[in-house]
Design a protein around this ligand. Structure first.
Ligand SMILES: Cc1ncc(C[n+]2csc(CCOP(=O)(O)OP(=O)(O)O)c2C)c(N)n1
Ligand code: SF4
Length: 278
């Protein structure tokens, strides 16, 4: 972490690390990185009190590109890691980043239970409806008729996963969607999600220009959700089940109690260090 802490406001750029992203030119994840750092600057998060946790995938590289603490973990296990971090160090702001493959396929079970537990985490999924890093296989959110991969030459033939509806049913406390092509709107949504207590789920449609070049069209097809966010899970459920996947904005704001570790069970850094002493 560079630079001494001063009273001066940190800029979004200062929340970025010196590593240059290795993403393909035009990948939506560049804008999501900018949005996350803008949200951090908007909230003036202390870098030493913030952690970004991920699994594996192109989108999961985000922690390396920020200047806060980070952990680039194991495929599908970001939420388990982040839950441990937040419970051991409740004072930290913990943001989890990753892709649709990481989060809904191998990590699907963790996704359900993170929503259900309602630990105070913000989960940002860059959804490109494909496994980008492993060269373009179908993911859980891929449309059933997509024939773009040699592994599924006649489409997947199965219904795509509906992450927002599933998140609501499983108990997520804040649900929103944005498009990476509008980084300011993404930053605003991410900042709101961080500020909302409990498990916040943000889906960002982030085009994979290499394996799903047609996703550039999202720029023309996404639209602001025509209704205000609701705090009624019944209404939110109806809307999400008939949603076209392109409604942008905050879609559900819940008020469930946040999971807190029982009093006296937190660990200090010294406790943790001692456990690792040989
Ligand atoms: C246990 C394990 N299984 C499979 C892989 C291979 N793998 C790496 S990334 C990935 C999918 C990534 O897709 P997604 O999460 O959608 O991210 P994207 O690359 O599209 O951003 C897979 C299957 C792995 N690294 N570890
Ligand atoms: S393969 Fe797709 S998701 Fe991965 S960096 Fe390239 S454009 Fe982005």
């Amino acid at each position: 972490m560079d630079g001494a802490q001063t009273d001066e406001k940190l800029t979004a750029k200062q929340y970025k690390s010196d590593y240059r992203p290795v993403w393909c030119p035009g990948c939506g994840d560049f804008s999501v990185l900018s949005a996350i750092t803008k949200a951090m600057a908007e909230l003036q998060l202390k870098r030493e009190d913030t952690a970004v946790i991920s699994g594996i995938g192109c989108s999961s590289r985000i922690p390396a590109y920020t200047s806060v603490y980070g952990f680039h973990g194991v495929h599908g296990r970001a939420l388990a890691l982040a839950t441990g971090v937040k419970l051991a160090r409740p004072e930290l702001t913990v943001i989890v980043t990753g892709g649709d493959g990481d989060g809904f396929s191998i990590g699907g079970n963790h996704f359900l239970h993170a929503c259900r537990r309602n630990v105070d985490l913000t989960y940002v999924v860059m959804d490109n409806q494909v496994y980008g890093m492993t060269k373009g296989q179908a993911s859980p959110t891929t449309a059933s008729e997509w024939e773009g991969s040699k592994l599924t030459p006649h489409g997947t033939g199965v219904n795509p996963f509906q992450p927002l509806a599933v998140a609501l049913a499983a108990g997520a406390n804040f649900i929103g969607r944005q498009f990476s092509g509008d980084p300011n709107a993404c930053a605003k949504l991410i900042a709101e999600a961080i500020q909302h207590p409990g498990f916040s789920f943000v889906q960002i449609l982030s085009p994979c220009v290499t394996f799903r070049p047609e996703q550039r069209e999202w720029k023309q097809t996404v639209h602001t959700a025509p209704v205000e966010p609701t705090s009624d899970p019944g209404r939110a459920g109806k809307r999400l089940m008939s949603d076209d996947g392109l409604n942008m904005g905050v879609l559900y704001v819940g008020g469930r109690p946040v999971f807190q570790p029982p009093e006296g069970t937190g660990a200090t850094l010294a406790d943790i260090e001692q456990k690792f002493t040989l």
